[in-house]
Write a protein that binds this ligand. Sequence first.
Ligand code: FAD
Length: 306
Amino acid sequence: MSRICVVGAGVIGLTCAVQLLEAGHRVDIVARDLPLETTSAVAAAIWYPYRALPQDRVTAWSKTSYSVFDAIAAPVEYGGSPEAGVRMMAGTEVFARRQTEPWWRPAVPSLDRETALPADYTDGWTFVTPVIEMPVYLAWLAARVADLGGTITRMNLRALPPGADLVVNCSGLGSRLLGTDRTVVPVRGQVVYVEQVGLERWWLDGAGPTYVVPRSKDIVVGGTDQEGEWSRTPSPEAAVDILRRASRLVPELRNARILRHKVGLRPVRPAVRLERVGDVIHCYGHGGAGVTLSWGVAEEVASLAG
Ligand SMILES: Cc1cc2nc3c(=O)[nH]c(=O)nc-3n(C[C@H](O)[C@H](O)[C@H](O)COP(=O)(O)OP(=O)(O)OC[C@H]3O[C@@H](n4cnc5c(N)ncnc54)[C@H](O)[C@@H]3O)c2cc1C
């Protein structure tokens, strides 16, 4: 059993902590932002490998996460945890032009070409994917950390902490400072939350990016994709544009009441960094797919921890 310090309490830090605790380690998380204050809390969040590389590792990590989320979403009598806020949901990704199968195709059990498309689209894929209601899910993960004997402490670090047998760096964009890694950059994403209008399937148009993700009490409508932009203040013009684009996919959104606006900064890197360097395991740079990759990368972190 090692004493492990996990830096970061977003979806990556919490999931790694759960895996490490379940492997029998003692784990303490330190983080500047607590789970509901992180970028992870802003994620839509749909399982979809977006803005994360390299393709082979991302496909393998995504596949692992898909099956873990599928198990979490199962009914209690089948070992699932409905209180975690994870649902398996069908939806469609649409395209203006004919497509070949996506590179991440091996990560999903099935993918069907869609013929019932909104106006102006010529191709699409329908598939079932996990939809993760992040505020509920992050609280569930944090409770799981506590139940397994882990701790979470708020602390703004200027460097990776000394003293533990092993440090797991899950600081996302914070790795610019903590990992002295200038290749991690923010890619700003804005979302609009609107009231639920009875929507039971998700929609995605990668050109935009435009997505509509229904949750239990609201709908997350996105988005934007602005590289190198640090502002977390929502832009009213962007919100109007997001709703205009999304209404092409789901016309009912035109009359839906707007509840709130949010912005998150995706930690994008040319490739996800997951490697052990001495007593530090780096696990950051998951871009637009941190939720999608979380269980896959956490499994690899636990095996690197030994
Ligand atoms: C609008 C939007 C929509 C998204 N939708 C999806 C989606 O549908 N599906 C999906 O898979 N992904 C989605 N993402 C991407 C996803 O949110 C990120 O990939 C993910 O949140 C990254 O998780 P993380 O734990 O690495 O980082 P974060 O959630 O940012 O957590 C980083 C942690 O490190 C801590 N930290 C940083 N610096 C320091 C420091 N100096 N000292 C102490 N602690 C520090 C922070 O306080 C925080 O606790 C979306 C992102 C946005 C913005």
